[in-house]
Write a protein that binds this ligand. Structure first.
Ligand SMILES: NC(=O)c1ccc[n+]([C@@H]2O[C@H](COP(=O)([O-])OP(=O)(O)OC[C@H]3O[C@@H](n4cnc5c(N)ncnc54)[C@H](OP(=O)(O)O)[C@@H]3O)[C@@H](O)[C@H]2O)c1
Length: 325
């Protein structure tokens, strides 16, 4: 199978288009013919070797990158119920568990790491979802406990996690303010943010025009020290949630005594159920996919260069199956 793999950690140039033999799915696993691989910041961090110190990160070379994407079930392993060859699925990969990821014509993953893509959602739209949307959901709801009628400030509303976060918050009836750069302001408004603040300016001052006493929840979907005064922008008794960035030596904000600083990462449990809930919101038109560009699989290095620059609007996808839509 065609795949993008690395033989050593390093810059984008270590990404190589190679030919590898796909493995058969074991018990509890499925083999997916990949349509699109999604490109996430964790991919270039994995490529650079930044994930090596994580206690759960296992790998060997050649290492196929890619944490998620979409595709079509090719083969179902023993003990997997509910899927058959030909089913269109969201895919969370086993990259990082010592196995290969989604930058390949075929990916083997757990039967509990795929979920049906409903009619009405293209495979390209579906590929934008797993990592970004599950992370946004975890940050807002599992960790941030956001409720209808509350106010939320989202740092990085134009990124892939931020694009979903703005829309999820709106979909449950919360009121949303978001930061982004000037180039992304109209885009972030189009996602449903009521108040948009240029992060190059004084965000706290910009927020006071909208929420004089602070917001119920600040969700920092960017991190890396970009919102060290985040807890100050939550109201007394509010919450500040920051996403895990896996950047070595990241400086974190200090909490105020009445605003907890809460860490959030994507949940590994209930992936399929959660993906199904998110897909239902998308089919109902309450949430749309983030803006995305599609590059051929062979241009993975270019995708990494663009993503690593850190100034994204939405997502980049790699087209693995040239005929997939
Ligand atoms: N552990 C997990 O579960 C998990 C899952 C997903 C992502 N993450 C991490 O979360 C972070 C965001 O992921 P992503 O996929 O959303 O990344 P992304 O699509 O690359 O978006 C990053 C966003 O950051 C914004 N930004 C850049 N500099 C900023 C600043 N100084 N202040 C505020 N915003 C700034 C950019 O906005 P402009 O384009 O408007 O400049 C861009 O939209 C990454 O570090 C990623 O590794 C963790």
């Amino acid at each position: 199978m065609r795949a993008i793999a690395i033989e050593q950690f390093g810059g984008p140039d270590v990404l190589r288009l190679v030919d590898l033999a796909p493995r058969a799915p074991g018990p509890g696993e499925v083999l997916v013919r990949m349509a699109f691989a999604s490109v996430n910041p964790a991919d270039w961090k994995s490529r650079e070797g930044w994930l090596k110190p994580l206690p759960y990160f296992a790998y060997s070379f050649p290492l196929v990158l890619g944490f998620d994407g979409s595709g079509v079930i090719e083969q179902v392993g023993r003990g997997v119920a509910g899927f058959k060859p030909g089913d269109r699925v969201f895919v969370r990969s086993q990259h990082g568990n010592g196995k290969w990821g989604t930058y390949a014509e075929f990916a083997v993953t757990g039967g509990d790491s795929v979920a049906h893509v409903p009619d009405g959602l293209s495979l390209a739209d579906a590929a934008t979802v797993p990592t970004a949307a599950l992370s946004a959901w975890a940050g807002l709801f599992d960790t941030g406990a956001l409720k209808a009628g509350e106010t939320v400030l989202i740092n990085g509303g134009g990124g892939s996690v931020g694009s979903f976060a703005v829309q999820f918050a709106r979909a449950i009836g919360a009121r949303v303010a978001a930061t982004c750069s000037v180039k992304n302001m109209d885009y972030v408004r189009s996602l449903g943010a009521e108040h948009v603040i240029d992060y190059a300016g004084d965000v706290a001052a910009g927020l006071r025009h909208w929420a004089a006493d602070g917001v119920d929840l600040v969700y920092d979907a960017v991190g890396i020290g970009t919102m060290l005064n985040g807890p100050d922008m939550a109201r007394p008794g509010g919450r500040y949630v920051y996403i895990s960035t896996m950047v070595p030596g990241e400086v974190l904000p200090e909490g105020k005594s009445d605003v907890p600083v809460l860490f959030s990462t994507m949940k590994r449990e209930d992936v399929a159920t959660r993906l199904q809930e998110i897909a239902a919101l998308m089919v109902a038109g309450k949430v749309k996919p983030p803006a995305y560009d599609i590059l051929p699989l062979a241009q993975a290095a270019e995708a990494h260069r663009r993503l690593q620059a850190g100034r994204m609007r939405g997502k980049i996808l790699l087209q693995v199956d040239p005929n997939a839509r």
